[in-house]
Design a protein around this ligand. Structure first.
Ligand SMILES: O=C(O)CCC(=O)C(=O)O
Ligand SMILES: [Fe+2]
Length: 355
C-alpha cells in the first residue's frame, strides 16, 4: 500500500511518478462534470469571453479619450469583474524579469525552497507553502505557492524574500511599486464610475500607507489526472483589486452567466480582478467574480497574483452611503476585512460540513 504523505509538496508528489492522484486531490463528483481539458477549453471561441480593456487613455489629457477609457473599464468591472488589461504602463521587460525570477526560484530543488517554508501554526504566513486541509473534507489543491508582502516597502520582511535568483528582489520590488501606481489610477476611474470623487475608493481601501500588496506565486505542477483535480478551487478574491501575470499556460476559468469561461492567454496583458472589497464598497455595482484554476498533464503553470488588500482591522467595509438608496438597499453588513475573511471561511465550512 502506498501511504500519502499529507503536507508534502505537490511538486514532490508530481515528480514521484504516480499515475493516480491521492484522494485528497480528487474533487467531489458534482464538480468533476465541469472539469475539462484546459487546452481544448482555451480554443473555444463560442460564448462570452473575458473582456480586454485598453488602458492607454486611463490618465490621458484628452478628456474625451479618458472618459471613453473609464467607461470601458466601468463596464467590464460591472459586467464581469475581471478583464485582461493592456497598455497598462508596466514595461513588458519588467514583467518578464518578475516571471523569470519566480520561475527560477521554483526551478530549484524542493529542499532549497523548504528553507523558506511558512508555518501557519507559528503565525509565519509568508514564505513557501501548500494548502493544508482546513476542513473535514480534507480537500487539497494541486499547487504549491510562495507568498509575501511586497508593498509598502517599510512593511516588507526582506528576510523571507527569495535570495535566489539575485534579480528576484529588484524585479519584484520595482514591479510592486509600479502596480501600486496603476492601482491608484484604476481606483480613480472606478470612483468616478460610481459618481464619487476621484480619490474616494483609494482612501476607502487604506491609501498609500495602509493598502497592502501581497504577492502570491502559484506553482501548478503537471498533474497525471488533471480531469480530477483543481489547481485552485472556485473562490472570489477578498482583495480590493488583484493583478495577475502568468507563464502563458492556460488554467484560469471564470464563472460567468452560469458557465465556466476559460480565459485566453493574451500576450503582455495583466489579468485584473475586482475583489470582494470593492464589490462591498460599491454595493455590488462592481463584481467580484467566482473563478478557479485548472491544471494539465503537459505543462507546469505559474501565475503571479498581486492582491491589493485593505488593512485587516482598521477599516470597516460596507457599501458607501452614495451607493445605497431606497431602491438599492445595502447588500452587505459592515465587517472589517478580517471579519469578512473569517465569515467566508465559516460559511464554506458549514456548506461542506452539511454534506
Ligand atoms: O492562477 C490563476 O490564474 C488564478 C489564481 C487565483 O485565483 C488566486 O491566486 O487567487
Ligand atoms: Fe483568485
Amino acid at each position: 500500500m502506498v501511504a500519502t504523505v499529507v503536507g508534502a509538496r505537490v511538486e514532490s508528489l508530481a515528480s514521484s511518478g504516480i499515475e493516480a492522484i491521492p484522494k485528497e486531490y480528487v474533487r467531489p463528483q458534482e464538480e468533476l462534470t465541469s472539469i475539462g481539458n484546459i487546452f481544448e477549453e482555451e480554443k473555444n471561441e463560442n460564448g462570452p469571453q473575458v473582456p480586454t480593456i485598453d488602458l492607454e487613455d486611463l490618465v490621458s489629457e484628452d478628456e474625451e479619450k479618458r472618459a471613453r477609457c473609464h467607461e470601458e473599464l466601468k463596464r467590464a468591472a460591472t459586467e464581469w469583474g475581471v478583464m485582461h488589461v493592456v497598455n497598462h504602463g508596466i514595461p513588458v521587460e519588467l514583467m518578464d524579469r518578475v516571471r523569470a525570477a519566480g520561475a527560477e526560484f521554483f526551478n530549484q530543488p524542493v529542499e532549497e525552497k523548504e528553507k523558506y517554508a511558512n508555518d501557519h501554526a507559528s503565525g509565519n504566513i509568508q514564505g513557501y507553502g501548500s494548502k493544508l486541509a482546513n476542513n473535514a473534507s480534507g480537500q487539497l489543491e494541486w499547487e504549491d505557492y510562495f507568498f509575501h508582502l511586497a508593498y509598502p516597502e517599510e512593511k516588507r520582511d526582506m528576510s523571507i524574500w527569495p535570495k535566489t535568483p539575485s534579480d528576484y528582489i529588484p524585479a519584484t520590488s520595482e514591479y510592486a511599486k509600479l502596480l501600486r501606481g496603476l492601482a491608484t489610477k484604476i481606483l480613480l476611474a472606478l470612483s468616478l464610475g460610481l459618481g464619487l470623487e476621484e480619490g474616494r475608493l483609494e482612501k476607502e481601501v487604506g491609501g498609500m500607507e495602509e493598502l497592502l500588496l501581497q504577492m502570491k506565486i502559484n506553482y501548478y505542477p503537471k498533474c497525471p489526472q488533471p480531469e480530477l483535480a483543481l489547481g485552485v478551487e472556485a473562490h472570489t478574491d477578498v482583495s480590493a483589486l488583484t493583478f495577475i501575470l502568468h507563464n502563458m499556460v492556460p488554467g484560469l476559468q471564470l464563472f460567468y452567466e452560469g458557465k465556466w469561461v476559460t480565459a485566453k492567454c493574451v500576450p503582455n496583458s495583466i489579468v485584473m480582478h475586482i475583489g470582494d472589497t470593492i464589490e462591498i464598497l460599491s454595493n455590488g455595482k462592481y463584481k467580484s467574480i467566482l473563478h478557479r484554476g485548472l491544471v494539465n498533464k503537459e505543462k507546469v503553470r505559474i501565475s503571479w497574483a498581486m492582491f491589493c488588500e485593505p488593512p485587516k482591522e482598521k477599516i470597516i467595509l460596507k457599501p458607501l452611503p452614495e451607493t445605497v438608496s431606497e431602491a438599492e438597499p445595502s447588500l452587505y453588513p459592515p465587517r472589517t476585512f478580517a471579519q469578512h475573511i473569517h465569515h467566508k471561511l465559516f460559511r464554506k465550512t458549514q456548506v461542506l460540513g452539511a454534506k
